[in-house]
Design a protein around this ligand. Sequence first.
Ligand code: SF4
Length: 58
Amino acid sequence: MPSCQRILCSVGSCIYNSKDDNFCTLDSVQISAAAKSDSGAPYDETLCASYKTHQKKK
Ligand code: SF4
């Protein structure tokens, strides 16, 4: 994998997101199939499994 790869991301609620610069601070992320992975729509098919919230779990 090229070491210069950047992951652009605007998910501001993730602890790995650099909000001002619109990118992920991790070297790599795991993208996984989402629960509704049968519609063909990106928001149903994929999710970032490396996501970590700023908030404490309830
Ligand atoms: S871990 Fe995933 S959701 Fe979080 S900033 Fe990186 S790409 Fe975005």
